[in-house]
Ligand binder design. Structure first.
Ligand code: FAD
Length: 376
């Protein structure tokens, strides 16, 4: 690969919902676009863990098509059999008597899930894009040629084959949580507008621990015969547990019952730096066992995932954050607007429009962006 082939119109950092949406729009408009992603998978927090035959969604639980962008995406994903309705009922775990009451059903129900795993959504949005996985962006610096130079994590560290260590781009989209964006942009803060940096620094996130718990295959038969009444339960007043879902009910070929439980932010904060997260995971399952079926506290195995930046608690009101000097850079993600997946999609779109305004003002695909992917 020659040096010149490593200069793109736009580099997008992060292959979550915001970054992939932005990259699709820009690439379809005609910009040469590269997506750089630190992890091995696509979709960011819309994540699925796969162990042998077992899949579990330890990030986003389901899609609630309550906004314009998500409604349209769910429509297209449904047409391609990537998602299907899961349930139209959420239950609330009551603290007072450990009983369940059905939540009032909302106009956007049912909730949609991907039987192949929620990361199928990211794989769909990534169709046709140039994406380098396991390539964390460590730093970016403006060059005399009016580009940003991005320094990538050494391929040796990420366990991949050697590859380029630097990428140049005429504009950069930073589609990652604001605190992670700061680690890249703080070293060049003197070259960026003060209000841009102040906005970025003002954003706050809350953490979450996600437990994936697998139970004896024998219980699968019990569940099939005497199906439990709930698939998703929220615990608004519990001190530890925020949510539990019967994850394996999303998949018709599940080999064993799998449940996923999420902690509330305070509990996650207490255990965030713990080396061994198993005890915290077990505590969450104990709580679930107290509210629901008691056997939930005795899984065959459990895994805990630490989400340091799970949910935005202090977003900025604008759909993206842009600077034109020294070289165009636009930040986006669910923290711009703060409305989870719907917000991330909207923010990715806003970032693409902003980059287009700053570069060549090409006609943009707009609403049809996902129809184009679906035809590929
Ligand atoms: C446990 C949990 C449950 C959730 N449930 C729901 C739900 O039911 N419904 C809902 O709407 N939302 C839910 N959410 C929130 C939803 O997942 C997010 O709002 C949305 O996915 C955010 O997308 P994003 O593109 O803004 O960011 P992200 O998904 O965080 O994407 C950012 C990407 O950037 C990558 N990255 C970070 N730093 C670098 C770097 N330096 N170099 C390269 N790549 C980098 C990350 O690996 C990641 O892939 C949930 C989140 C969590 C954690």
């Amino acid at each position: 690969m020659t040096d010149s082939s490593l200069t793109f119109d736009v580099a997008v950092i992060g292959a979550g919902m915001a970054g992939l949406t932005c990259a699709q729009l820009l690439q379809q408009a005609g910009y040469s676009t590269i997506v750089l992603e630190k992890s091995r998978g696509l979709g960011g927090r819309v994540a699925t863990r796969r162990e042998k035959e077992i899949r579990a969604d330890h990030g986003a639980r389901y899609l609630e098509p309550k906004g314009r962008h998500l409604r349209r995406l769910v429509h297209i994903l449904s047409a391609h059999k990537i998602v299907e309705p899961w349930t139209d009922k959420t239950y609330i775990g009551n603290d007072a008597n450990n009983s369940l009451t059905p939540a009032a059903s909302s106009s956007w129900c049912p909730y949609y899930v991907a039987p192949a795993g929620m990361n199928a959504v990211g794989k769909f949005l990534a169709t046709g894009l140039e994406i380098w996985l396991s390539r964390r962006v460590l730093a970016m610096t403006p060059t005399d040629q009016e580009t940003w130079q991005l320094l990538l994590e050494s391929p040796a560290e990420s366990g991949k084959m050697p590859g380029p260590q630097e990428v140049n781009a005429r504009a950069v989209v930073v589609a990652i949580p604001a605190p992670q964006a700061l680690t890249i942009l703080e070293p060049v803060h003197t070259q960026l507008p003060a209000d841009f940096m102040a906005n970025l620094r003002s954003v706050e996130f809350e953490p979450c621990l996600s437990v994936i718990a697998g139970y004896s295959p024998n219980r699968q038969r019990d569940l099939a015969q005497r199906e439990i009444a709930w698939k998703t339960v929220v615990f608004p007043h519990d001190e530890q547990l925020a949510w539990i879902g019967w994850d394996s009910s999303k998949r018709s070929n599940a080999q064993m019952p799998v449940f996923v439980a999420n902690s509330n932010p305070t509990f996650a904060q207490d255990y965030l730096e713990a080396e061994d997260l198993q005890p915290a995971g077990q505590m969450l399952l104990n709580r679930a066992g107290e509210y629901l079926n008691s056997w939930l506290n005795s899984p065959d195995w459990l895994q805990v995932h630490r989400w340091r930046y799970a949910f935005v608690s202090r977003p900025i009101p604008e759909p993206c954050l842009a600077a034109t000097v020294p070289v165009p850079v636009v930040c986006c993600g669910d923290w711009c607007g703060g409305n989870q997946i719907e917000g991330a999609l909207e923010s990715g779109k806003a970032a693409a429009e902003e980059i287009n305004r700053q570069l060549r003002r090409l006609p943009m695909p707009g609403e049809g962006v996902w129809d184009v992917i679906a035809r590929e």
